[in-house]
Design a protein around this ligand. Sequence first.
Ligand SMILES: C[S@@+](CC[C@H](N)C(=O)[O-])C[C@H]1O[C@@H](n2cnc3c(N)ncnc32)[C@H](O)[C@@H]1O
Length: 225
Amino acid sequence: MLAFLQRTRTDKYYNQTLRRIFTLWEKIRKGYVYEKTLELCRPLVETNNSLVLDVGAGTGRFYDLIKDHEVIFLDYAEVMINALKQRFGGKERVSIIRGDGRFLPFKESSVSFVVLLRFLAHYEDQMSIILESKRVLRVGGYILLDKVKFLCLTTFLSKLFRIVDFHPSRDFERVLVENGFVVEKKFDYFFLPAIIYTFIPRVLSRIVDTIPFFRCRRFYKVRKI
Ligand SMILES: C[S@@+](CC[C@H](N)C(=O)[O-])C[C@H]1O[C@@H](n2cnc3c(N)ncnc32)[C@H](O)[C@@H]1O
């Protein structure tokens, strides 16, 4: 009886959490930041039928960017895995794996593209995570990653958002090159807690996007050589 009550309570908690996450992400998905990300990141890879690994996939927000490929969503959190299963379970060419992005359960050179979006900022030692992604990436494959810019509004707010990413971009890029990557593309855009974009008009988002101090996040598309 107790087990039944506990399970019902847990199920209720998950369902409520999932509903909240989906409502929030659905709003953001249709918003300025999401569309801008897709616009700037396309094409992800020139050829279809590549194997794309989305590490720290969350709710699979970037599926539209990778849907022409075989996709593996990997996340550590059970609640995210449930969200992914609810959304993509049973879809052809989509696998959902619970695992740790710092220790990927894949062989060397087994994937063509790794997505590390809004993931690295949670960790101090970002390069070891990038190198773990590099290990499973084939030569010539890409990683799409983002980092918080050093001198921007987010740096000042970072204590609040528990972001630990303070590496100056120049150092970060140098270390990428030293570790066998070519930076093929980089771009900055305005990023605060993305929920803000749900409330401000698009025209205002576009204006703020032109001010360097507010362009808080830098995206990189890097190739393994
Ligand atoms: C800020 S969310 C970003 C989700 C998604 N990439 C996006 O941009 O919408 C970070 C995600 O990384 C996951 N995560 C954090 N540490 C992880 C780890 N070591 N291995 C796998 N997933 C992890 C969290 O569970 C969460 O879903």
